[in-house]
Write a protein that binds this ligand. Structure first.
Ligand code: PGA
Length: 247
């Protein structure tokens, strides 16, 4: 059985002092959760939030990472830096990074490989735009994204990746994919992993849904066989996050 994983993506919200306060508020609400729980916080919040999460059941995640270990890459943060600060997870390829910051699949493949080699768990995002959905190319597009991002991994490595299916049209819009729409794509993702890495890896890999997931719709989405968790934006900044974890 795959252990469920609920991750909050705080995006560019919360100053360090606000982040500490939010983490302190949420930690007791998710204590004893059956699922893995992760807070993916802004880079500047990592060090103070790590202090709050020490000895709790909540994992710490970053929202981005560069693939080189160190050097002249102004503004970037490396895997060894994240590890040393107590980070276990890193979101890679979020549609906001792909869209606003021009990250492509060739770059993301390097980032995924580096994260795995360093011992971090990548939360690798994929998902189609509304235009792509209307053109009927959703599954083709996601196959291309994931085949590129996961290229060159061993089956053991692929099994450690958490894949987040996030339709772009559902992110921050209040328009959640229906549970059937989400299941269709998450099922297709698992079938792709089976095709690339075999049955055992496909059964092991955890697939999240993300996009306006909240306390009200989480239980229905999580009832689907191929949805193993959620990547939560807006609702991760409120006590409502605990309702998603309970679901
Ligand atoms: P949302 O964001 O829950 O606010 O839609 C999800 C995400 O972008 O990870």
């Amino acid at each position: 059985m795959r252990k469920r994983i609920i991750a909050g993506n705080w995006k560019m919200n919360m100053t360090p002092s606000q982040a500490v306060a939010l983490a302190k508020e949420l930690v007791p609400l998710v204590a004893g959760a059956e699922a893995d729980v992760v807070f993916c916080v802004p880079a500047i919040d990592i060090v103070p939030v790590a202090e709050v999460l020490k000895g709790t059941n909540v994992g710490l995640g970053a929202q981005n990472m560069y693939f080189e270990d160190k050097g002249a890459f102004t503004g970037e943060i490396s895997a060894p830096m994240l590890l040393d600060a107590g980070v276990q997870y890193v979101i890679l390829g979020h549609s906001e990074r792909r869209g606003y910051f021009g990250e492509d699949d060739v770059l993301l493949n390097k980032k995924v490989k580096k994260a795995l080699a360093a011992g971090l768990t990548p939360i690798l995002c994929c998902g189609e735009s509304l235009e792509q959905r209307e053109l009927g190319v959703t599954l083709d597009f996601i196959r291309l994204q994931l085949k590129s991002d996961l290229a060159g991994l061993s089956a053991e490595e692929a099994a450690r990746v958490v894949i987040a299916y996030e339709p772009i049209w559902a992110i921050g819009t209040g328009k959640t994919a229906t549970s059937d729409q989400a299941q269709e794509v998450c099922g297709a993702i698992r079938a792709l992993i089976c095709e690339l890495y075999g049955e055992e890896t496909a059964e092991a890999v955890r697939i999240q849904y993300g996009g306006s997931m909240n306390g009200g719709n989480a239980a229905e989405l999580l009832s689907k066989p191929d949805i193993d968790g959620g990547l939560i934006g807006g609702a991760s900044l409120k006590t409502e996050f605990a309702q998603v974890v309970k679901a």
